[in-house]
Design a protein around this ligand. Sequence first.
Ligand code: C5P
Length: 234
Amino acid sequence: MSSKLIVALDFPSSNEALAFVSKLSPVDCKLKVGFELFVSAGPEIVRRLTDKGFDIFLDLKFHDIPNTVASVCKAAAQLDVWMMNVHASGGSEMLRAAREALLNFDSSPKLIAVSVLTSMSDQQLQEIGVDVLAKEQVKHLAGLAKNAGLDGMVCSAQEASLLREAFGDDFLLVTPGIRPQGADIGDQSRVMTPADAMRVGVDYIVVGRPITQSPDPLAVIEGINKEMAESLVE
Ligand code: C5P
């Protein structure tokens, strides 16, 4: 079974990212390339990683007018990424434009949406003129994404059961803020273990520092994969 673990490759340079990846196998994990690495290393890092056989989640959260988002989605698909994301708050027209832009690729990348950033509180949402609770806004935006034909959402583990119940099994839930038992929480606030994330219906977990900053990343990866597999046969 292909791994449900996506390792967040949050490194400041191509050399550091590649040195770390040389210890990993595409069988054990997928990789997430976000702003930090993409801005410092450019599209070439994505090519280097796909050449090594890794599935890449390009986490650049596109948010612009529909035509621009459609163009950048095409450009990202040409890098052969496995998954990419856009902001659901760009609206239905933007979401549909992104979806349609990806239709004519041999293996069309999965397209998921970001709803409310987990760093935003109810109060901060009010500040930008959104007068509902964050979890209601998340559900609303997930509905827009589902109706526009997107494959799923990035969501916190706390939101996963709500979204699973509302939108069914055919909707990918991808969740950061995951910490193996006993790992340092860092700046994440509401965390969940890999096993609990599987129990609430998450499809893929994103884990960064507990793996990238470990003296033995492979052992952490194996432990997480084992924990997830065991929770799925319970
Ligand atoms: O190191 P850590 O496991 O906290 O990394 C989590 C990754 O997921 C980081 O790349 C972070 O930017 C990303 N992320 C997050 N929370 C979100 C969305 C993305 O932690 N709501």
